[in-house]
Design a protein around this ligand. Structure first.
Ligand SMILES: [Zn+2]
Length: 279
């Protein structure tokens, strides 16, 4: 997709990032994948033997390239998490594949990079309690399913009530939003939700799915946020992580505005904010 090439170009062009700030990820290894996905599903992906209906549910034709790409994305989130442990924050230019379930792909997601990374951190004793803040307009249904019985990972999802997925899973905290909601009401709901989370859960690592399909200009989003509203949203999340001293890894998530420049601008904001707050 175009935005994954344009975003790094924009960040370099404007001086938000220099070449040294970028890393090329290694693919996630099989052991890491199997901490979030069932052996049966991984085997079917790996041998390209999903059934026709399983392939249809993923939203795209299955190919080795596609599987390799998702394995690389998951590796990118793991490596970004390592950098976040060193620097406080790090980003994956792709990622946020929150519709992937433990045993199936859905909604253009085959492997759940958020879940793979959370379990990787725990398995390596780098974090015990992981908070997943999912602010993409679509519910993090796969993530919710994977961690349904796991009290060590808290899943928070703010999402369009009437948007995909139409059959939602239960996150630890779900905040369904009305169509057309604008900045002020959205930010109030976000603040309330974060207060609720931190009243009951003490994370030592945060995974942030910072999808920008909440923008009013988004073709799929149905919400009414402005660019300034999305910027404020990111500021609330990053500020909180910074103040509490909890490392945060960001995955980009969705963004489908008509104009690619809107998408890039919205994603770039979170990088600028990271520079402002952390470096
Ligand atoms: Zn989305």
């Amino acid at each position: 997709m175009e935005k994954y090439e344009l975003l790094p170009l924009q960040l370099r062009h404007e001086g938000t990032a220099v070449d040294d700030n970028f890393f090329s990820p290694r693919p996630a290894n099989e052991a890491s994948i199997l901490r979030a996905h069932t052996p049966d599903y991984w085997n079917k992906l790996n041998t390209l033997s999903l059934s026709k209906s399983e392939i249809r549910a993923t939203g795209f034709p299955l190919s080795q390239d596609l599987v390799d790409r998702e394995v690389l994305i998951a590796g990118g989130s793991i490596e970004a998490a390592e950098f976040a442990l060193q620097h406080g924050i790090a980003m994956n230019i792709a990622g946020g594949t929150h519709h992937a379930y433990s045993d199936r792909g859905e909604g253009f997601c085959l492997l759940n990079d958020l879940a793979i990374t959370a379990r990787w951190l725990q398995n390596n004793q780098l974090a015990a309690h992981v908070l997943i803040i999912d602010l993409d307009v679509h519910q993090g249904n796969g993530t919710a399913e994977i961690f349904r019985e796991d009290p060590t990972v808290f899943t928070l999802s703010l999402h369009g009530a009437k948007n995909y997925p139409h059959r939602k899973e239960m996150s630890d905290l779900d905040v369904p939003l009305e169509d057309g909601i604008t900045d002020e009401a959205y930010l109030k709901q976000l603040q309330n939700a974060l207060d609720q989370v931190f009243n009951q859960f003490e994370p030592d690592f945060i995974l942030y799915q910072s999808g920008v399909d909440v923008l009013a200009t988004d073709k799929l989003g149905r919400l009414g946020l402005s660019l300034a509203g999305v910027h404020q949203r990111d500021r609330i999340v990053l500020n909180l992580a910074k103040e509490l001293g909890v490392p945060i890894q960001c995955s980009m998530g969705g963004g489908y505005s008509q104009k690619i420049s809107q998408i890039i601008e919205a994603h770039a904001q979170v990088y600028r904010l990271a520079q402002e707050l952390y470096f």
